[in-house]
Design a protein around this ligand. Structure first.
Ligand code: GLC
Length: 423
């Protein structure tokens, strides 16, 4: 296949998964709108259809709650093929949605859409739209500050593994142990009906996911209550880095749009995050790691999210050198960067979801961060491996870092979008 064929293939996937204003990650496995998927999908659309790119994010924000919260799934239409569906979440909102959020990458993607619109001479057309999105994004970021950082540390505390977007990463294993799963009851998963169970989270993990959904439902999805009493609270290194980056991008937009007061507020949030995030540095492992807020323990796991420090714009010569040393070590163990878990970890599994496979969206962010920080060789390796994985195997959800085998669903929207965005 030529590059032109692949470009066309990527556009065809986005078109096929387009449900009118929003895109499903994959028609069979994920038949609704997912939060961070849509942000990346917008980047893909922006390479060939600007109005459609903006609509993707605007549709997501139509599901924003009054308190600023933006759900991780919006159930725009019914589909029997997914569990847990709207009845299980029972958030009683219109549109029907889940009650947890997902990594806040939307501001970063909107900032890119806005720059591209200006560069194309379409600033006048898109200014009113970016003004509205700016307010919605800021409201969401304030929600993170108010409801996902109960100790005011400047990090993002996930209240559910699904919130991190890295569902079954081993970082959630120990913090998940105290979750009471005795009342979860019987249920039928749909994911393992579509896909090989070897690639998916285990039954124990799923029981915990559902117990946390039941907990949120019992609080009527009152996020203030959840942030106090939730049985799972993990400062996620991935979300913390992504929100810091997103706030920097939002600040750029605020200054550009003349929003002086908001800019000062965002600067304050950034300063809190820049100092607070130090809490996630694990000096024993010499790496950025998630940390359990309840036990206070660092996970000690080096995952692909650990490398998002560059994307977050953190720059510290000692820590950066340590992370680049990990990068070189991991890079010598796998054919394709960047595995979602350190391949030297005993729990590494090359096709099990977030315990090994490479994800194009994480590669996109890590690669961008490395390039911006001037680590050209590392950035080039990420780019080359991402493109090679897709070229050789197709637009899979994720890929084995060992041999490139596609993992999870095929014809995946965000993989297609990243292919297009990498140009
Ligand atoms: C899985 C992924 C999550 C993604 C969703 C839809 O749950 O772990 O990150 O948003 O699928 O693609």
């Amino acid at each position: 296949m030529t590059i032109e064929d692949l470009d066309q293939g990527a556009r065809d996937i986005l078109a096929a998964n387009d449900r009118g204003g929003y895109t499903v990650p994959n028609g069979r496995v994920y038949p609704f709108q997912w939060n961070w998927d849509s942000a990346f999908v917008a980047l893909g659309f922006d390479t060939f259809d600007r109005p459609r790119a903006w609509a993707e994010v605007e549709t997501l924000f139509k599901a924003q709650w009054d308190d600023g919260f933006v759900p991780h799934i919006v159930f725009w239409q019914e589909d029997e093929g997914y569990f847990p569906g709207p009845q299980v979440w029972d958030t009683r909102r219109t549109p029907v949605s889940s009650g947890i959020t997902q990594p806040p990458v939307a501001a970063s993607m909107v900032a890119i859409l806005w720059e591209n619109a200006k560069a194309a001479g379409e600033a006048d057309t898109y200014r009113p739209r970016v003004e509205l999105l700016f307010d919605q994004l800021l409201a969401w970021h304030r929600w993170f500050r108010d409801h996902r950082d109960p100790e005011g540390r400047g990090v993002v505390v996930a209240m559910h593994p699904w919130e991190t977007g890295r569902d079954n990463s081993p970082e959630w294993d120990a913090p998940g142990e105290p979750i009471d799963i005795s009342n979860v009851g019987e249920y039928v998963r749909r994911d393992t009906g579509h896909l090989d169970a070897k690639m998916r989270p285990t039954k124990l993990e799923y029981d915990r996911y559902l117990a946390l959904v039941q907990y949120g439902r019992a609080q009527n999805w009152d996020h203030a209550k959840i942030s106090q009493g939730n049985p799972f609270k993990v400062a996620d290194v991935g979300m913390s880095m992504m929100l810091l980056r997103a706030n920097r991008d939002l600040l750029t937009m605020a200054l550009d749009l003349g929003r002086t007061n908001e800019a000062a507020e965002i600067q304050h949030i950034i300063a809190t995050a820049e100092s607070g995030i130090e809490w996630l540095w694990n000096s024993e492992k010499q790496a950025w790691c998630s940390r359990d807020l309840i036990s206070g323990k660092s996970s000690g796991f080096i995952t692909s999210a650990s490398f998002l420090s560059f994307y977050a714009g953190l720059s510290d010569p000692v820590k950066d050198t340590a992370m680049l040393t990990h990068f070189a070590r991991i890079g010598s163990k796998v054919e394709y960067m960047l595995p979602s878990l350190d391949p030297e970890d005993p729990g590494f599994q090359m096709i099990r979801y977030w315990r090994g496979p490479v994800w194009a969206v994480v590669n996109y962010m890590v690669g961008k961060g490395l390039a911006e920080a001037g680590y050209d060789a590392e950035a080039a390796r990420i780019r080359k491996d991402t493109l090679a994985l897709i070229e050789k195997n197709g637009f899979y959800e994720a890929f084995s870092p060992v041999d490139g085998t596609g993992s999870g669903g095929d014809d995946f929207s965000w993989t297609a979008a990243i292919w297009l965005a990498l140009g």
